[in-house]
Design a protein around this ligand. Sequence first.
Ligand SMILES: [Zn+2]
Length: 171
Amino acid sequence: MTVTRRQAVGVLAAAGVLGPLSLWLVSGDAATSSLEGAFPIQKTDAEWRTVLASDRYRILRGHSTERAFSSPLNAEKRAGIFVCAACGQQLFSSETKFESGTGWPSFWQPLGDDAVGTQIDRSWLMVRTEVHCARCGGHLGHVFSDGPEPTGLRYCINGLALDFVTAPGNI
Ligand SMILES: [Zn+2]
């Protein structure tokens, strides 16, 4: 049986587990969800190990987190697009990047409704909302409800899960 995100979130929301973010998760369409195994790009674990450098593999496939302030993309201020380091899917625009002070590249909105997916992450004795690439399922980071306007969301993303492509004429 497949449990959809809405079903899962609904149960958690009914149990009062998620707090204010659950309202957005249940009603919002800012991020669509796919659970593991349902992504357009499918590779075996051995194949991912072949195509990804070990530090990127640990994050994208192993759900690890890079050290704060370790990514050069944290300070990237040029105009462009941040794409998935595993499959090239366009994920975030520089126009929605902001300085969160957390040490990880932060965005207040994904690039389009279908760029990323989310699911509940119960690791480390916390209930967080995990964010992944909607095309390959690669783990990107988490989304929190303490971001700036206009969305109030903070997509806290590992720089190693991203590649940056500068806008044309903006090298
Ligand atoms: Zn991807």
